[in-house]
Every structure is written in structure tokens, then in C-alpha cells.
Design a protein around this ligand. Structure first.
Ligand code: G3I
Length: 355
């Protein structure tokens, strides 16, 4: 019954779309046509990037590129609990405030990432001796409301909870779940909503690009939250994906996330080529073409959504010079190369935006 309902919802997605009708000139030489726009700021889907505050402060070329191309910013690390809360009840706002001011100065939206994530819990949570559920609810409420309250009216949206499920579809262990129970997720949304009723609240998850089980779990879970009246407004698809990923799966994941009528954010897009972790790998023309196609599929998938559900596409980083993927072995997952020039991937987006 649930599957039938989902299927009906897929089919009933309105035909109004994110697309604009401007920009039409096709490219010659047998290439796919591209939307003709000066920069991604004019894209029909809000384009964002996860940024490093250090790079914004110190690297002029980086800063200029961000300002030229993007209309939404996410802090790659600046708004995580381990960065914001060095001690219980004490906050370090500098980097996050800098990011928010930078965005305001350049007419950009800010997406907050992330209030609750098992990997960035503050160290001091481990020092708390109480196992009382009410105490833990209070700690979570205070943290979320202090942070969301601090940025109220300045941060448009939040990843409230990040990565609720394991790959096998079971709910992931984290300190909040251990002491509060599964209810920690819905409480996090309620607390965030109380602190800023205008903020758009996302449940952000990974793996929908490669796992049908993950898609199903996320949809079922989001539906259960909506049915309980939890203020969840959108689903974030991280999409840390790779060049072998199929058009069908990527577009299916986007439709699946949209099936409940919530907003959809491709929230952490990057397309790796060196899945094998080969230390001697180079970036070939074939890699660039395959990567361009994946960026195109994602843009097309988002363009198919009703406009009000299409929240945006955010790349997880700006250039190949600095990406979390290259920390252990070489990779080239982003829209701009290490010299900050546009890659074929960029044209993949423009092709995907072409209608
Ligand atoms: O800030 C310290 C710095 O003071 C210290 O000198 C340095 C030494 O290693 O570490 C710095 O912190 C690192 C931080 O990135 C900033 O560079 C952390 O160790 C490192 O764990 C952290 O990694 C980030 C990771 O999330 C964990 O927070 C990555 O940059 C970031 O790209 C990654 O992003 C996540 C998303 O938030 C959620 N989805 C998956 C995605 C990739 O893992």
C-alpha cells in the first residue's frame, strides 16, 4: 500500500518545473545544447557551494569565483557542533558569522549544516555523566535553539539531522539516540522550528544515489515525520557520487525524495573519478566527459521538479584544489579545476538546465 501511494505521488508530480525559458542557443559540433548564461548565478536552479571560511578570508581568487558563480553558501565545517560549541553553553561564532555576513554582502542565501550529526558531536557531550532522558533532551534543545536563534533571520535553511540511517537501513547509533531514543530526530526538528519558524528544515542523508534501500528508508521515515506533524520541510540528497553512477538511479533518487511534496536539495554534490583510490591516477578526457554527464543528469533531475520543490544544488567544495575527497588520494570531483577554470562538468550543468 505504501509503495502504491509513493508511486501515485511520483506520477502526480506537477508538470510546472524549475526551468526558465531563457537562454536557448544550442552548441554546435554535435554537442548537446547548453543554457546560455553568464554565470551560475543566473541558473534556473539555485546553485550553491560548500565553502571554507579560511579560503574566503585568504584566497582572493577563490572569493571572486564564489561571488561570481554561486547564490547559496553552506559552511563545509563552520556550523558543525564541534566547531560552534567548544564547551557546554559557550560558543565560538566567528567563522560562521563571517560566512553569514559574507553571504549577506553578496546577496547569497545561507544553508546551515548541520545541527545534529553523529560525526561532529562536541567532545564535551562525552563528559556528561547523566543518562536521564530529560537531561539529554534539555541539552539538545539548548544547543539547537542557541544556534538557530543566533542565526535567526540570517540562515534560510538547516540540515537539522544528518545521516539517520546506516547503509543496511537500520537507524544509526549516536549519543542522542542512546539517551533520548529514536524520538531524538523529531525533537530536533521541533526545537529548531521553535527557534526560527521561518527556517526551511531539512533531513539530510547520503547514499540515495546508489542504494534503493536508502531511498525507500528515507521516504518512509520522512513520511512518518510528516504524518506526526513534525516540521520537516525538505529532504537533502548529499550525492557524493561517481562517474559510473547511472542516469536512472540519480533521477529516481530525486523523484523519490520529491514524492512526499517536500523540497529537495542536492546538498553535497561531487562526482569522483578515482573510486579505486589509485595514488597514480590522472584525470583523463574520458573522466571529464563521464563526469560532465553525471552533472547533467543531476541538473535535469532537478529541472523536472515542480518549482516550489526545487530548493537547489550545492556542490561540496568549489575547485579541485581543495576537496575532502583528495585528502587520501587524488581526485577531481568539482566544477572548477585546481587553477579555478571551468571544467566540462560545468557545461554538464548548463546542458542539464537547457530546456
Ligand atoms: O579544524 C581542525 C584544524 O584545527 C586541525 O588543524 C585539522 C588537522 O587535521 O583538523 C581540522 O578539522 C578537520 C575539519 O575537517 C576542517 O578541516 C577535521 O579533522 C576533519 O574531520 C573535517 O572533515 C570534514 C568532515 O565532514 C567531518 O566534519 C570535511 O572537511 C568535510 O568535507 C566533511 O563533510 C561531510 C559533510 O559534513 C556531511 N556529509 C559527508 C561529508 C564528507 O564526509
Amino acid at each position: 500500500m505504501k509503495k502504491i501511494l509513493l508511486f501515485v505521488l511520483f506520477l502526480s508530480l506537477a508538470h510546472t518545473s524549475c526551468s526558465k525559458d531563457d537562454g536557448t542557443a544550442p552548441q554546435g559540433d554535435g554537442k548537446l545544447p547548453e543554457l546560455q548564461i553568464a554565470t551560475l548565478r543566473e541558473a534556473p536552479v539555485t546553485m550553491g557551494a560548500a565553502v571554507s571560511v579560511d579560503a574566503l578570508k585568504t584566497d582572493e581568487k577563490y572569493r571572486d569565483l564564489v561571488v561570481r558563480e554561486f547564490t547559496s553558501l553552506t559552511g563545509e565545517n563552520a556550523m558543525k557542533m564541534d566547531a560552534l560549541a567548544p564547551a557546554q553553553g559557550s560558543y565560538k561564532w566567528d567563522d560562521a558569522d563571517y560566512l553569514v555576513q559574507f553571504a549577506a554582502d553578496h546577496g547569497m542565501r545561507v544553508h546551515g549544516h548541520t545541527l545534529i550529526w553523529y560525526r561532529t558531536e562536541a567532545w564535551w557531550l562525552g563528559q556528561i555523566l547523566s543518562t536521564d532522558k530529560e537531561v539529554w533532551k534539555g541539552i539538545m534543545k539548548t544547543y539547537i535553539q542557541d544556534v538557530v536563534g543566533h542565526f535567526r533571520g540570517k540562515v534560510a535553511s538547516w540540515d537539522v539531522v544528518n545521516e539517520v540511517f546506516e547503509d543496511d537501513g537500520t537507524m544509526r547509533d549516536c549519543i542522542w539516540r542512546r539517551y533520548i531514543g529514536d524520538e531524538y530526530v523529531e525533537l530536533a526538528f521541533r526545537y529548531a522550528h521553535e527557534a526560527d519558524p521561518d527556517a526551511v528544515l531539512f533531513y539530510n542523508e547520503y547514499g540515495q544515489d546508489y542504494s534503493f534501500l536508502k531511498n525507500q528508508k528515507v521516504c518512509e521515515f520522512a513520511r512518518s515525520l510528516v504524518e506526526k506533524g513534525v516540521p520537516v520541510h525538505g529532504i537533502g540528497l548529499q550525492f557524493h557520487t561517481h562517474t559510473a553512477q547511472t542516469e536512472e538511479h540519480l533521477k529516481y533518487a530525486i523523484r523519490c525524495a520529491a514524492a512526499l511534496g517536500l523540497k529537495v536539495h542536492v546538498s553535497e554534490l561531487d562526482v569522483r573519478v578515482n573510486d579505486e583510490g589509485d595514488p597514480d591516477r590522472v584525470f583523463t578526457e574520458e573522466d571529464a566527459a563521464a563526469q560532465q554527464a553525471v552533472y547533467r543528469y543531476v541538473a535535469q533531475g532537478m529541472m523536472e521538479l515542480p518549482a516550489e520543490q526545487c530548493y537547489g544544488i550545492t556542490t561540496w567544495g568549489v575547485t579541485d584544489a581543495a576537496t575532502w575527497l583528495a585528502e587520501e588520494h587524488p581526485d577531481w570531483p568539482l566544477l572548477f579545476d585546481a587553477r579555478y577554470a571551468k571544467k566540462p562538468a560545468y557545461h554538464g550543468l548548463l546542458q542539464g538546465f537547457y530546456k
